[in-house]
Ligand binder design. Sequence first.
Ligand SMILES: Nc1ncnc2c1ncn2[C@@H]1O[C@H](COP(=O)(O)OP(=O)(O)OP(=O)(O)O)[C@@H](O)[C@H]1O
Ligand SMILES: [Mg+2]
Length: 463
Amino acid sequence: MESIIAAKATDISKLERTGAHSHIRGLGLDDKLESRPNSQGMVGQLKARKAAGVIVKVIKQGKISGRAIMMAGAPGTGKTAIAMAMSQELGDVPFTSIAASEVFSLEISKTESLTQAFRRSIGVRIKEESEVIEGEVVEIQIDRSVTGVGPKTGKLTLKTTDMETIYDLGQKMITSLTKEKVMAGDVIQIDKTTGRITRLGRSFTRARDFDATGPDVKFVQCPDGELQTRKEIVHLVSLHEIDVINSRQQGFLALFSGETGEIKSEVREQINQKISEWCEEGKAEIVPGVLFIDEIQKLDMECFSFLNRALEDTMAPVVIMASNRGMSRIRGTNYQSPHGVPIDFLDRLLIISTQAYSEDDIRQILKIRCDEEEVDMTEDALAVLTKVATETSLRYAIHLISTGHLVAQKRQASKVDVVDIKRVYSLFLDEARSVQYLKDYQDEYMYNEIAPSHGEQMAVDSI
Ligand SMILES: Nc1ncnc2c1ncn2[C@@H]1O[C@H](COP(=O)(O)OP(=O)(O)OP(=O)(O)O)[C@@H](O)[C@H]1O
Ligand SMILES: [Mg+2]
């Protein structure tokens, strides 16, 4: 016999990486949706953050769908960052993020790709009733055969305030109990159909068993009434997932590989019809989410006209776009338009503009990034780095943090100092210096052409 507490589960060490936006945990707004100057990893850009907050609020209330919002501003002013913050704030509302260029795939058409992105952003909350056993664990007893081989068996005693029952345990249940680290005094829920065990918390009656409990221990009441109850369980799936599962060619495994191919429109129509029936019967609920399309100027006329129509559909998500272009050519045409977006489409958008950062904002963003990348930096070095950011770009300065850290480690210093920043500044070029270098030495490069004028460069880029 062996107590379950002794059973050891191997901890899988978590792999953490710092991405460009990993320091962002929310929009950093207060209850009145006013932007706090520096909160949840967000600094400055007060107006744009507040506007984003208002939109998140109405989306969460399920009040709007089929709207389109655009964030316009210079590179590095936090458009993508704000979109990421919105996705954090939205919680379990579906959020899909794509870059406009992803639409141009050879395998599926542009419209199919956009349709899939749209449908990925619409959730369906499906309610299901299932039988569960819910109670406080009185005792877990696990028996092993004398030889130590062969399956384990055991008994689990559960109680509510009104009754107590002993259940026989099979191998599978023993494994899940061990995995969940269930012990006497826990209140647990067992789904009868799937056998899944959920730990709801520790029972209040056992609160005084230990002197010290961690801050993450949740205390709950011991359930009353019968051990077996019916519970309503809610699943949230996206329309796209339902499409893939129901399209006969692919099967649900395509969800993992992403090779979904084109999905027939009849399949989608049938699904839409079924879901509206479920909604009427109260079995399901539509949750319109958010589709974020970054670098919107990379879409062409066909995509924009598709978006125009798709946004008018009753089951459309809120589409948020970002562009850092000024007047530029619409992809595939010779027409110039603001942000590279056709005027008629622009007219349907709510536009949030992002402004350039002040020096103080930049300093604070760099400080947050240092913390995120676990880099210690002296105040002087931070001041120099801020200066570098104002003269080059915020992104370039952010890149110097980790490289500066490496250089500091090399000279066995624990803190990044001014010398390290100077060193990496000379090692890695920013955009302006790199362009200057190219101009100076262009004869030495292959395929060199005389530097095109700014306008032509844009044209090449947008084709
Ligand atoms: N207000 C902010 N608070 C904290 N970090 C920010 C803020 N704005 C930008 N950043 C950080 O600065 C970097 C550049 O910002 P971001 O990528 O959002 O710019 P962008 O507006 O999307 O630029 P582009 O037009 O080039 O795509 C990112 O690492 C981002 O997380
Ligand atoms: Mg961006």
